[in-house]
Ligand binder design. Sequence first.
Ligand code: ZN
Length: 171
Amino acid sequence: MAIRPILHIPTPCLREVAAPVVEVNDEIKTLIKDMFDTMYDAPGIGLAAPQIGVMHRVIVMDPADEEDEPAPLAMINPKITWLSEELRVHQEGCLSIPEYYEDVERPVLCKVTYLDENGEYHERECDGLLSTVVQHEVDHLNGRLFIDYISRLKRERVIKKFKKIAKRAAE
Ligand code: ZN
């Protein structure tokens, strides 16, 4: 079990585009295990590799309710191939922007293709919370954060707050 430190904004790699995984090897399998450990420890319901400073297109999620059995789901090179026109609002948070929550509107359904941790190809239609989490995590792989969907004023305010925290921690 290895819990890796989660990077917070304004760490630059959170704004960078992650590279596709070429081969699902032991390194990637270890990465996925560590990502699950880190996500469950946080605790969170989703984590993307750039959030621990690894610029690979890998995401892990578990959108199960607390009282339900865990439902871990790892996606390598996820690609959203379709989004519904119908939208859903969910109050989102992010392990890279701790203790900050805002309503975000996203398509209620999405279709995603990906490789699992054994290198098997899947195509899956997601709805509800899973759809929101998949879209949020895939955004991370493209350097996009949920605060990009809120008003500019709110976004600038939260970025400023975390810049101050980072500056204080560096002192
Ligand atoms: Zn996030």
